[in-house]
Write a protein that binds this ligand. Sequence first.
Ligand code: FAD
Length: 402
Amino acid sequence: MAGLATVDSITNPDAMFENADITNIITEVTHVDTAKKIVELSDGASINYDKIILGTGASQVIPEFEGVDLEGVFTLRSVPDAERIKEFLEEKKAKNLVFIGTGFINLELAALLSENKPDYYNITVVKYKTLGPPLALMLDADMAITVQDCMVEKGINMKMESRATRILGQNGRVAGVELETGEKLDADMVMVSVGALPNLELAKDMNLELGTFGIKVNKYLETSNPDILAGGDCAEKIHFVTKKPAASLLRGPSVIQGRLAAKRLAGYDIEFPGILNNSAVRIFDKYIAATGLTDKQAQKEGFETISIVVISRSKHGMIPGVKPWTLKLVFDKNTQKLIGGQIISDSDAPVKEIDTVNALILGEKTISELTTLMCAGNPDCSSEPSLEPITIAAEQALQKLR
Ligand SMILES: Cc1cc2nc3c(=O)[nH]c(=O)nc-3n(C[C@H](O)[C@H](O)[C@H](O)COP(=O)(O)OP(=O)(O)OC[C@H]3O[C@@H](n4cnc5c(N)ncnc54)[C@H](O)[C@@H]3O)c2cc1C
């Protein structure tokens, strides 16, 4: 959409499937007869099956307010969506862009468009349901405010204390967005990104058991029908920390579940460990990542928490180009285990440290164990070992326990 990637660069060539002896049929599955074990396709064809792996993904949530069907109101899920938006921006020369929703998709998109045509767009981001700083699924408010400030500095109008209540139109085309305060924002285009829900039509058609967040599966991704496995956005996942079903619509778990389901069919018995929703995004100069529970989410789940924020640097202090980065770790005070982490960095390198935090949560490491974590140190590519923020956060948490 921002003109950075071509469609070819993000789609797998047909030859990839052909070379692996896989028949790739691009059409819609309209019905599955689980008694006769037949998959019916929209072109009238049908396929017999022994086993099914269901990966129907998710669809964007469309808010139930007035104006969502006006021309110039978009959601983004697929390549055709991106192409439609790009075409609209170019053809209509849209300048006033309003983004409803403050998750990573909208913020990333707003930042990319702004970077792509500096000083051209007038971009406003508004809240949908909850108020307060953006990226609430990834970051606590004390961390998210840095992202908000950065966006404001870059010229984005961040209306974080106002909810959108309706989209205004003129002659069938979008003209503005009204906020609950009564304020009206001019809009030539509106991007709505307020979450996604699993596509469950086929699962319902197959009478599969459903949970709160998608198709119910066991640790081997088997559904309530032993011949049908499910994975990715359409499958309900268990949160590794809370051990409860949780929403998870991310690529990491989808890719791993795809591989795991295939391995299950090949006879392996490797269990899916549960999700931590580790995710990352770049917004202007800020590289942001998170895993596990935020402090707020943990408290809502009933944990008594200790949370520590440490400011570190991307290289040793003496090296030119050193940039700051901030790590927040959340611990369960009761068990002293690490249960969440958040990173905001001015350099791309430290952001991947979220996967170290992720592995430490999966390893159920405690505060005292983390005080002895030894990380690779090099002046040009890491903070000084004495400033390694995971160990510093653990040291500070240890002091708080006394
Ligand atoms: C704009 C955007 C940006 C994102 N960025 C990130 C990111 O940076 N990091 C990250 O971790 N995640 C990201 N995600 C989420 C990530 O894309 C999804 O979690 C992931 O694609 C889910 O994979 P999946 O295979 O389960 O579903 P999908 O990739 O959605 O694939 C499901 C497929 O099933 C097809 N389908 C559905 N029903 C039928 C049917 N009846 N017959 C035939 N086909 C059917 C759909 O058309 C679709 O092609 C992003 C999502 C969006 C929308």
